[in-house]
Design a protein around this ligand. Sequence first.
Ligand SMILES: Nc1ncnc2c1ncn2[C@@H]1O[C@H](COP(=O)(O)OP(=O)(O)OP(=O)(O)O)[C@@H](O)[C@H]1O
Ligand SMILES: [Mg+2]
Length: 367
Amino acid sequence: MSNMIEFRDVEKRYPDGTVAVRSLSLDVAEGQTTVFVGPSGCGKTTSLRMINRMIEPTAGRISIDGIDAATLAKAELRRGIGYVIQNAGLFPHRTVAQNIATVPRLNGVPAAKARDRAMQLLELVGLPAEFAGRYPSQLSGGQQQRVGVARALAAEPRVILMDEPFSALDPVVRAELQEEFSRLGPELGTTIVFVTHDIDEAIRLGDRIAVFEPGGVLAQYAAPEELLEAPASEFVAQFVGRDRGYRALSFETFDVDAFDALGSLDLVAVGDRDPGLAGRWSGLVDAAGAFLGWIDDGRGDAASIRSRAGAVRPGDSMRSAMDAVLTSPTARAAVLGDGDRVLGTIGLAELAEAGVGGQRGGAGARP
Ligand SMILES: Nc1ncnc2c1ncn2[C@@H]1O[C@H](COP(=O)(O)OP(=O)(O)OP(=O)(O)O)[C@@H](O)[C@H]1O
Ligand SMILES: [Mg+2]
């Protein structure tokens, strides 16, 4: 089996000195699905985006099908690489069929042919033909995500990069998409690199899994079975172990009363501005106090929202609470009450104390 993508001693150091990825070397085999998994901030997205040069490495080399990516024109490089993100990133003013046909049309495929292909792809991703004329806002989150996948496939790329494509979906829709997706990759023979923070998803989808640890270090790169049976370090053992029990958390309900005290969170209302909060994470709320997302510039403006993930609501499962902590930009989830009003924050330590993974002695404990 030949390698489609090779990382050799790749490093990314951002201008502010942050080393997001440290001396990364790994091979992605052609036609396989490789998953990058790890906690927030460990360099997964940076590693993924260096493949199509949305981010340029500061050292090392990445080659695609044997060719150094740095020597290719970006447009040419990206023509062969599809990209799917969370919330699909569909064009809101174009219909589903137009969205799917975007790249083929740009590449000069005649309209009728591009449309036929779009209809085939709709079917492939499990959507009814009637959806072709709808606009993205007329679809559910899971349906939009399917269109996002169809759009990436339309260009017939040899490589597809997917960054947490299913993270914003509820667990049922997510499991459904994972199920279908795990058939799609092998069927099409496309090489897929998939980013997630969820080890269950990684195990379900990956032929090979790269576990990253904080600091942008590759902790282990192995097939799923090997990862579970022979974790290479304490970190991998904890990450894999914790999340294995984590499946059971789907059945436990998050109960804010189980927490002695919540952490505090600075809030900025839409239309207000708090210069003292520039450079610090705070919550943006609407006039009624409902949480809208995370900001880090103290500006009460929806355009400032850096992330909408990282909030837990009454009735959510413990697993969603854990997800919220892992996807929050602050490593603490905002705890919301009625009307999405912010009650405070929680982190991993409190979740562990409240009994997440209780039988195993707390989150992060060895199983
Ligand atoms: N433009 C940037 N300038 C400086 N630091 C950055 C920049 N982009 C990302 N970083 C930092 O690089 C590190 C890796 O970020 P990256 O987005 O790759 O993480 P990730 O593993 O995808 O995290 P998440 O699970 O939260 O998406 C983080 O510490 C992040 O703060
Ligand atoms: Mg990321």
